[in-house]
Design a protein around this ligand. Sequence first.
Ligand SMILES: Nc1ncnc2c1ncn2[C@@H]1O[C@H](COP(=O)(O)OP(=O)(O)O)[C@@H](O)[C@H]1O
Ligand SMILES: [Mg+2]
Length: 262
Amino acid sequence: MMLDIRNLTVCYGNNPPSLRDFSLKLNKGEIICLVGESGSGKTTAIRAILGNLPGSGRVTEGEIRFDGNSLLSFTKAQWRNIRGSEISMIFQDSGAMMDPIRTVGNQFKEYIRSHVAVDKKAADYRIKTMLSSVGLADPERVMKSYPFELSGGMKQRVGIAMALTFRPKILLADEPTSALDVTTQAQIVREIMALRKEYDAGIILITHNLALAAYMSDHIMVLKNGRVVDEGNRDHILHSPNDDYTKKLLAAVPSVGGTRYV
Ligand SMILES: Nc1ncnc2c1ncn2[C@@H]1O[C@H](COP(=O)(O)OP(=O)(O)O)[C@@H](O)[C@H]1O
Ligand SMILES: [Mg+2]
């Protein structure tokens, strides 16, 4: 078991828990999707894994084990060590995370150098390789560009390339395609799915699109108001959901059972 989360509860300030009694087991090469409407606790769950809950967020109960270590007992320095290298995150809008006045290449280089000591040439080579591997045809041009000169899909690919640079064992993806047009979404989804083959990475993907989850995942967890209300494999969720809420999410999906999900 690579990642083993048990009975995790997370609170912000003095509010009632935003995530309650959340348990998840992720193996190598496995894709788990978290689905649920906005505010159901999806982002909270994966940010807890990375040790970077926003604001006043804190884990009040439960345990997170990664490769046998208890992450909740990690120091800040230990977190920094694994973040980006062992566990990394793809955000909904990678462009928004970038500095608008610095080239993509410079930002990527700084990211690499914050993890390993490499000279400029080695870093450049690594960046080019990574950008090509996520389907960016002209990596040199991408590196020289400022974020505003790239399309949303290209920026998202840069974000994915960065997240994969150190071949993380776990990839956390928070609505990685929802800001993109349908064609680009489909391409990025295929690329993320290829990763588990190539790297044997375990992937936790957040989406509010149940059809996308069914298409991609081995295991689906449905969250509502901070609780897991349904979970199971794709067939279970599609054909015999336990919870009324899952049924409603399914009813909102136009083409489940067809060949196109995204
Ligand atoms: N920085 C924050 N400060 C206070 N409450 C937060 C913060 N982030 C999220 N929450 C609360 O936690 C709950 C779950 O939010 P979130 O995990 O972002 O849901 P989702 O990703 O499913 O949309 C929401 O009720 C939200 O109000
Ligand atoms: Mg969210």
